[in-house]
Design a protein around this ligand. Structure first.
Ligand code: ACM
Length: 544
């Protein structure tokens, strides 16, 4: 993300071609804006129509009596499943404050209440899918594994009135429309990135964002842990990275860093939301904080000052020096040891102060180090200008003005087996301003209104890239202008749920006119959660 690029005004753009097909079997998602409109409002006579949630479910068969949560409701979990019990406790934690009900979580069998079950044999559901059946007397969520059960619980949350998210007792009624939802994700990788380097965010702020991602079934949380302005993770073998390189941020504030125990707490919390943390150490550029911390990492042996501005592309590790690889080895070893997930992101973007030959040499060596510690390499898509190792993942962050040759290089790598995570900057960079009046954020990739952010198809977006090379989508948020949760949320909402839908929902459900109605119904939920969102004029929000 760069500030030095010429800002350009947003022009009306032709929308990408859309699939306006309604999937067979979907009776409400994507096809019934009128029905959804009836559900908007604090208390309505009918429950929210089944399927009027974000992301749109794969299959909805509405019908039959609603289920009503009442004072006597029990949350029934498989008696022998610790995972089901944990998810039951989590659901109870969401529902108890607003309903005021006791909602005991019990392993004793029974056919009534909220039933959470792991052990479906339906292979179509995969590891993350679920079915939700609602009718008189019970709502039952069944999945093959805990992640699917957890996602099903998010569906249940969204089927209840928005007031359910409040922390004080609300009136209800707590009805769930009758019928069956059968759901599984389109993509395995559905992520969001938080830049904790340009501004540092506390563990509490990070957890708040993780909770918001979970509501929309995202499953990857990418932490951009180092950049010119700050090194944010303790590395025992190079302690000054954090203690010196972490002590400031954009604008000169105090910065900060995560101790290993802080980082483990983030990992633990993300895992409790079935989310994998993807840590990033940006190399060989974006390294001023490291170069400032250790003079010996610099080719001239002189440490530059700490940096609190917003330029990019001015720093580089010293590619010919042997100590550079001691540094990379130690950092990757310690980070890999802390991180249970399979991915380790090594950046590779905007290395404008590294020669091409040095860049290729460096990235090839750095990838080998990641492999040595048992992790899968992720890099920004410039990695495709080096030699991506087998199994590497490239994160595409180009935009409309990205040249054809660069796009082709990425598409060719995809044809050769490199998997792609798509983060087109003029679609899903959540720090891009919505319009000229947006106070926060940047605009180098143009203005990104809610429709533009949603209205593209990851499967066909990058010409020449095979559809099966697309691992998924990720919404990065860069923090040059963002300093706290409220500011993150003003930029992330309401675009984040749209990116989550692109990652989760079948292409056949993709329809802006239906989506904007489902999104509008999220407005009161954002408010109930204390999220200060952008009330885009493109979305028919209910009156406040
Ligand atoms: C990037 O925005 N430089 C990945």
């Amino acid at each position: 993300m760069r500030l030095h690029r010429t800002q350009r005004t947003a022009l009306p753009r032709l929308l990408g071609s859309l699939l306006l097909v309604t999937a067979a079997g979907i009776s409400s998602a994507g096809a019934a804006p009128g029905a959804a409109a009836a559900s908007i409002g604090p208390v309505t006579a009918a429950p929210r129509p089944l399927g009027q949630i974000v992301p749109a479910p794969a299959e909805v068969k509405a019908g039959g009596s609603p289920y009503v949560i009442s004072a006597g409701t029990k949350i029934r979990v498989d008696h022998d499943s610790r995972d089901a019990r944990k998810i039951g406790d989590y659901l109870a934690g969401v529902l108890r404050p607003s309903t005021g009900y006791a909602l005991p979580v019990t392993g004793s069998g029974g056919s009534d209440g909220i039933r959470l079950r792991i052990g479906s044999h339906d292979s179509k559901l995969g590891a993350e899918g679920y079915t939700l059946k609602s009718g008189r007397g019970s709502v039952t969520i069944t999945a093959r594994g805990p992640a699917g059960l957890f996602h099903g619980v998010q569906t249940l949350r969204q089927l209840l009135p928005a007031d359910v998210e409040k922390k004080s007792r609300q009136a209800g009624p707590w009805r769930v429309a009758g019928g069956t939802v059968t759901d599984a994700p389109r993509y395995a990788y559905r992520g969001a990135m938080l830049d904790v380097s340009r501004h540092f965010f506390t563990v509490t702020e990070v957890k708040r964002y993780i909770d918001q991602l979970a509501l929309y079934k995202m499953n990857k949380f990418h932490l951009h842990l180092s950049d010119d302005q700050g090194w944010r993770i303790a590395i025992d073998s190079w302690p000054r990275l954090a203690t010196y390189g972490g002590q400031t941020e954009v604008g000169g504030g105090a910065g900060g860093y995560y101790t290993k125990s802080d980082y483990r707490e983030i990992i633990r919390y993300a895992a409790s939301r079935y989310m994998e943390v993807v840590p990033e150490i940006d190399l060989p550029g974006h390294t001023n904080a490291a170069l400032a911390s250790y003079a010996e990492l610099n080719c001239n042996g002189v440490a530059p000052p700490l940096y609190t501005g917003t330029n990019v592309g001015f720093s580089s590790l010293c590619v010919p020096k042997a100590i550079t690889y001691d540094f990379v080895n130690d950092v990757v070893r310690e980070l890999a040891a802390l991180t249970p997930g399979k991915y380790l992101h090594i950046g590779g973007d905007e290395a404008h102060s590294t020669s091409h030959d040095d860049y290729v040499a460096f990235m090839n060596k750095a990838q080998a180090v990641v492999g040595k510690y048992g992790k899968t390499v992720v890099g920004w898509h410039q990695l495709t200008g080096a030699t991506p190792v087998a199994g590497a993942v490239a994160q595409y962050w180009g935009y409309d003005e990205t040249g054809a040759a660069e796009r082709k290089q990425v598409a060719d790598a995809a044809k050769n087996g490199t998997k792609l995570v798509l983060s087109p900057a003029d679609r899903v960079y959540l720090d891009m301003k919505y319009n000229k009046d947006t106070a926060l954020g940047l605009a180098w990739a143009g203005y990104v209104e809610v429709q533009r952010s949603y209205d593209w198809n990851p499967g066909t977006y990058l010409e020449g890239a095979p559809e099966n090379s697309i691992l998924g989508v990720e919404a990065p948020i860069w923090s040059e202008t963002l300093t706290n949760s409220d500011e993150i949320e003003q930029m992330a909402f309401p675009r984040l749920p749209g990116v989550a839908e692109l990652g989760w929902s079948p292409a056949s459900t993709h329809d802006w006119d239906a989506y904007k109605v489902r999104l509008a119904a999220q407005g009161p939920r954002f408010s109930a959660l204390g999220i200060d969102y952008y009330r885009s004029a493109q979305v028919p929000w209910p009156a406040k």
